[in-house]
Design a protein. Structure first.
Length: 424
């Protein structure tokens, strides 16, 4: 099995020792993406004194999760406390404590190291010009290195008011994802006829070979959704039909969707085989599904592509949904329901792939009728194939195989579709 790969420390070589951009970890790849070029100097020290822009590295350099801007107590506190109501209880309590220290000028008690940035130009200066907002300050999230992760910035003005949320595409794959989300947000219908509210695109721009989308801040009154495991089927259906009526079902086997699968599987069998013996190929799974259910009629429509509880919130009884970078048209209606069930079982409950597939079956059996799904087994198996293809495409893009999904999904499809294991 091919392990998930990290972005190598040589992605942008030549930074001096002590510059965090030379590191192979999360803070290394994020600072390389956010502060490109050798005209910007980055140093890390324990003191909060000195010139340049300063950031608290929380909680530590080796376990960095956030870079908190330190221009003023107000801005620092805002960067920790904004939208804290969306966080899980433990995270919310931790952020509240850090925010209280920041507000009272006692953040130094955390002994967080300080990152100093000198020189320029800087991305948020460019964004401030486009937004006409005056000086901006950026709180920067840190994630583990991955070629498909995108640095995210929360932008605040001098008064600590949120002014936008920026995503940065820094390589070919992430640039394409940022472009796609920007185009999607610009084309989504308004929140009528059950369609959920979506954040408005403020700016889509390019800067030093980065692709950047700035999305409007969420309303202050947003809160975590209640009963996160329960699907919001009315909103799912509105997304699938773009707030309009149902479309006429079409035979699954002759659909453009299956044709697109065939194009996308080129090279998939060879890539999967490189990670070890496989029970079957994805082409065999597609053939088996088409042979079993190809003549059946299916309604096709849009899907959000990553419909999970952590990509949504509630506001005054309405639903707000973000992260539309995986949105796609012309897929079987019910994919968002299947995705929520699978990803909740996988990420929240840490279940193996076979149990996650069973959660998909249960969700479609229980809630599929509300979406007009007449062939739940077809939709479930089609979703599992689509999910494996997405896993393959991420691997082909340099992220490595996700060991939670490969080869486990092919094992699951082998059992579900009655595929035979090739002879050794």
């Amino acid at each position: 099995m091919i392990p998930r790969q990290r972005t190598p420390s040589s992605a942008e070589p030549g930074y001096p020792d002590g510059d965090p951009r030379s590191r192979p970890d999360g803070i290394g790849w994020v600072t390389r993406a956010v502060f490109p070029g050798h005209g910007v100097r980055l140093t890390v020290g324990a003191s909060a004194a000195g010139g340049g822009l300063r950031y608290a590295v929380v909680p530590s350099l080796d376990a960095a999760r956030f870079l908190l801007p330190l221009p003023s107590r107000r801005v620092t506190a805002a960067s920790v406390l904004a939208y804290n109501a969306l966080r899980p209880p433990k995270v919310r309590a931790s952020r509240a404590a850090i925010g209280a220290l920041a507000r009272t000028g006692l953040l130094g008690l955390t002994r967080a190291p300080v990152l100093t940035v000198e020189g320029g130009p800087l991305l948020w200066d460019h964004l401030a010009d486009l937004l006409g907002s005056g000086e901006l300050h950026a709180a920067i999230g840190i994630r583990p290195p991955d070629p498909h992760h995108k640095p995210t910035l929360q932008l605040f003005d001098d008064r600590g008011r949120p002014r936008g949320y920026a995503k940065i595409g820094w390589n070919a794959g992430t640039r394409a994802m940022v472009r796609h989300e920007a185009l999607t947000l610009a084309s989504l219908p308004p929140p009528v006829a059950g369609f959920p509210a979506t954040p408005r695109l403020l700016v889509h721009t390019q800067w030093q070979d980065r692709e950047v989308a700035v999305i409007e801040p969420m309303p202050r009154e947003v809160r975590r959704i209640r009963k996160p495991d329960s699907p919001r089927t009315a909103a799912m259906l509105a997304v699938a039909r773009r707030g309009g009526p149902a479309s006429v079902p079409r035979p699954f086997g002759d659909s453009p969707f299956v044709t697109s699968w065939r194009r996308r599987t080129a090279g998939a069998a060879m890539a999967a085989a490189a990670s070890g013996p496989q029970p079957a190929t994805v082409d065999a799974a597609i053939d088996a599904l088409v042979a079993r259910d190809g003549a059946g009629g299916v309604e096709f429509g849009d899907w959000h592509g990553d419909w999970v509880p952590w990509n949504m919130a509630r506001r005054r009884g309405s639903l707000l949904v973000w992260d539309w970078e995986n949105h796609a048209p012309d897929v079987p209606v019910g994919f968002d329901l299947a995705h929520q069930a699978f990803q909740t079982a996988l990420s929240t409950h840490r279940r193996p792939a076979a149990d996650c597939a069973a959660a998909v079956d249960e969700a479609l059996a229980r809630h599929g009728a509300a979406l007009g799904v007449g062939r739940p087994r077809l939709v479930a198996d089609a979703y599992l194939i689509e999910l494996w293809l997405r896993t393959y495409e991420l691997s082909a893009g340099g992220a490595g195989w996700n060991p939670k999904l490969h080869p486990a999904l092919l094992d699951v499809l082998t059992d579900r579709l009655g595929l035979t294991t090739p002879a050794a």
